[in-house]
Structures are given as C-alpha cells and as structure tokens.
Design a protein around this ligand. Structure first.
Ligand SMILES: Cc1cc2nc3c(=O)[nH]c(=O)nc-3n(C[C@H](O)[C@H](O)[C@H](O)COP(=O)(O)OP(=O)(O)OC[C@H]3O[C@@H](n4cnc5c(N)ncnc54)[C@H](O)[C@@H]3O)c2cc1C
Length: 409
C-alpha cells in the first residue's frame, strides 16, 4: 500500500462517503469499482433513508459531515400505509420526517450519482470497471458478499399519486415485508425474502397481484425488475491489517428490516475521520453502530419466530403506541431501536440462534446471519393472476425489459 494515495475498493455509498471526507481534507484518493458506474448495482430501485436510529435528522447529520443532501433527489414522508397480515390497513404517521425515499442507480438524480458528483468535485479519482487487489486498498467498501436475505421488485409507470405502503406478510414476504412506493409517476412493488426459496420469482408475482387487487387505480405499466441481496454479519473487528471495513462489506446492516444506507454513509465517514485523526475506528464503530446492529439482530431473531400472528400483534402494538404518543408513530420505531433490559438479556440467545461462526478470506473471524431455510408453509401454488403477471413480464423481458440482478446477485 502506497503512503500518499488512499485507495478505496467500491464506489457505492460507503466508499464515496469516505472518499469525499478524505479528499476535502486534502488526501489523494482513488476509488475503484468493478461495475461501470456508481449505483449500477441497483438500476432504478427506490430505497428508504430511515430517520429513527439517531436523534438527529439524517440530513442534518450529513450537513454536519460536509455532505450535501441536495446533491440528489429525495422525497420526504411523514406517514405510510401499514398493511397488516390480515389485509387491514392503518396509517403509521409522525409530525416529523419519518423517512425519505431516494432512487438508487445511474440516473443523474439518484443518490449514488449525487455522492459521485460530490466526490469528483472534492478531487477524488474514480476508476470504474476496475479490478483492484483488496490488499492494495485501505478502505474496503465493496458491498455485500454473501447472502443473508434478498429483495425483488418491479418498477413501473403509474398515474397513482406519491404513496408508500409497507406490508407485513409472511406468505408474500417470508419472514419479512413487501412494499409499494410511488414517486412522481414511477412505482415500485418489492418483496423481501428472509427465507431462501426455490422459485423466488413467484413471490414477486404474487405480491404484485396482491397490490393490484388492493390498489385498483394503480394502472401499472411494467418497465423493469430490480433487486439484490443483503449481507448481515458481525465481524470480530472492523479494522485489520491497516484496512477499514465499511458499509455492507463490514456487515454493517440493519438485521431487522435491511435499512443499510445510513450505516453505509455513517461508517464511511467514520473511517475517513479515523484516518484523518488517528482515532480508533474499530472501537468507535463498536460504540456507535454495533449496539444498534445487535439490537436489530435481536429484533430479527424475534421476527423470525412469530409468523403472521406475531406480525399482526406487532402492527396492532405499533398503532396503540402511536395513539398513546400523541399520534407520533415514529416514537415506536425509535423505541424498537433502543436497548432495554429485555433485549439486552436476549442478546446471548440471538447470538446463538441467529448467527453462525465464519472466517473471512482476509483471516478475520465473525458471526454471520445465514440465509434461513424455507419452511413448509412457503410451499404454495401461484394464483391465476400471479401466473398471468409472470407471463406478461416474460413477454416484456423478451422485448427488452431489463432485470438488474440474478438470483445469485
Ligand atoms: C433490493 C434492495 C433494497 C434495499 N432497500 C433499502 C432501503 O430501503 N433502505 C436502506 O437503507 N437500505 C436498503 N438496502 C440496503 C442498501 O442498499 C445497502 O445496505 C447499501 O447500499 C450498502 O452500501 P455499501 O456502500 O456498503 O454498498 P453499495 O452501495 O452496494 O456499494 C458497493 C460498491 O462496491 C462495488 N464492488 C463490488 N465488488 C467489488 C469489487 N470486487 N471491487 C470493486 N468494487 C466492487 C459495487 O459495484 C458497488 O458499487 C437495500 C438493498 C437491496 C439489495
């Protein structure tokens, strides 16, 4: 590793966040990405930037770090339609900004491109389609490696107004949730699978059929299908052999719902600051982010156990909690990410049941959440409408409809 260049592996959110801070401080920074552009991994996927794991609004936090949240398009939301597993729909809301929707991809308004522009303006050199030896890099920011969970979605044109719906449903989204997001005439229906399935595309087709029925005015015109994997792990150290592991390459992910973007940016900033100040990155991550991650892992361990009955209780509890807190549903989300005695006591159980020992190729050890096996209840036949949706998509695909992932991505 040469002394005067800071080399970063991965031009995603975590790698670019680190690059911007370092270049602004006068460092010579080179970022290498295996793909053709930042955001190419996602290609038009909407994602939510959460606003509940820290007291400070995430955009204020970004401004404090010198990152400009206006460099990409975002749409703020104070509410969502919460779809219970028995199809009851309630509204979770807050007077504060609960989350923002951003687009991932290579279009100018995407968050990845905003970070790329900030990096280039700061003087960072970015090499795309570039394979770099990890041992030549000081920061490893190459995103997920293994699979702990996957998500699939369809992007479509619609005349439906801006809207977000979040559905807890163990059949359509094994162990997890599905969602509908509409922003300015473009919609996304996505389902997340926290249990590994053979024909996983049937989950997306069935989920689309469900939303089509629940939202008859959706007038979907499919454009493309998107998706990818998440890698959830807890390494023994986030710094080894002079290398900083940031974002999902460091396993920094939200085990409960998969909201990894905020951890990616935060850890990138923390690695850069540690390089600049000589502070201890590993112990800072363990102080600031690891407690939240362990908490989300315990929440995940509990969610894995409950199925639709537990999801229903969770949805009801969220609504009761919102009522008690002057109609602020965000307090519930903040609460489930706050360490109390019960979840502190549950951690050894989470560690034993949810995580498996791993050895990384760089010699580090850690604990990782494996992709869970499917259950008997995951075997079901697609409905007639889901089969039609599948055939319609096959036709669109054969006439040029893009898929930005394979099931092994
Ligand atoms: C379908 C889906 C939906 C999601 N929804 C949300 C959401 O709503 N909210 C949220 O907060 N999070 C969400 N996430 C998680 C979030 O996208 C990630 O946690 C976040 O992007 C991680 O950032 P990163 O910088 O670690 O990785 P990335 O942003 O993925 O960047 C990694 C970069 O490294 C590059 N790379 C890979 N291998 C190499 C290599 N060998 N050499 C060089 N470069 C390499 C990749 O091309 C990529 O550009 C979602 C994830 C998926 C898959």
């Amino acid at each position: 590793m040469s002394d005067d260049v800071v080399r970063i592996r991965g031009a995603g959110l975590s790698g670019l966040a680190a690059a911007i801070i370092l270049a602004k401080a006068g460092k010579n920074v080179e970022v290498h990405d295996i793909r053709e552009d930042s955001g190419a991994r996602f290609d038009g996927d909407f994602q939510g930037l959460e606003n509940w794991t820290s007291k400070q609004d995430f955009f204020d936090e970004m401004r404090d770090w010198g990152l400009d949240p206006q460099s990409f398009k975002s749409t703020e939301f104070r509410e969502l339609s919460l779809i219970h597993p028995d199809d009851v729909v309630t509204t979770a809301k807050s007077h504060r900004i609960a989350y923002r929707i951003v687009e991932r991809g290579t279009d100018e308004h995407c968050i990845d491109q905003g970070f790329k522009r900030m990096a280039l303006d700061a003087g960072v050199t970015i090499h795309y389609k570039s394979k770099v030896d990890p041992s030549d890099c000081m920061i490893i920011a190459a995103g997920p490696k293994d699979t702990s969970a996957i998500a699939f979605g369809e992007v479509f044109k619609t005349s439906y107004p801006n809207h977000v719906a979040f559905q807890l449903n163990d059949k359509l989204a094994p162990g997890a949730y599905s969602y509908l997001i509409v922003i300015d005439g473009i919609g996304l229906i996505c389902t997340c699978l926290w249990r590994k399935q053979k024909n996983s595309k049937r989950y997306l087709n069935e989920t689309i059929a469900w939303y089509e029925n629940a939202y008859p005015e959706l007038d979907r015109e499919p454009i493309k299908r998107v998706g990818g994997k998440g890698d959830f792990s807890i390494p023994s150290t986030y710094f080894a052999n002079g290398q900083y592991f940031v974002g999902e390459a460091g396993g920094l992910q939200d085990f409960m719902w998969g909201f990894g973007m905020r951890y990616a940016v935060t850890s990138g900033v923390m690695a850069a600051n540690s390089i600049l100040s000589g502070s201890n990155y590993d112990s800072e991550i363990k102080k600031k982010l690891l407690p939240l991650i362990k908490l989300s892992a315990t929440n995940r361990m509990l969610l894995d156990r409950v199925g639709d009955r537990g999801f229903k209780r969770l949805a009801n509890y969220w609504m009761r909690h919102q009522k008690k807190n002057n109609g602020d549903g965000l307090v519930f989300m903040e609460r489930i990410y706050r360490l109390g005695l019960i979840r502190r006591l549950l951690w050894p159980l989470t560690n034993r049941i949810l995580l498996k020992k791993i050895k990384y190729s760089d010699g580090r050890t850690g604990r990782r959440m494996p992709f869970r096996k499917s259950l008997k209840r995951d075997q079901w036949e697609m409905s007639e409408r889901a089969k039609e949706i599948s055939s319609e998509w096959n036709e669109i695909r054969s006439s040029g409809g893009k898929v930005s992932f394979t099931e092994s991505d």
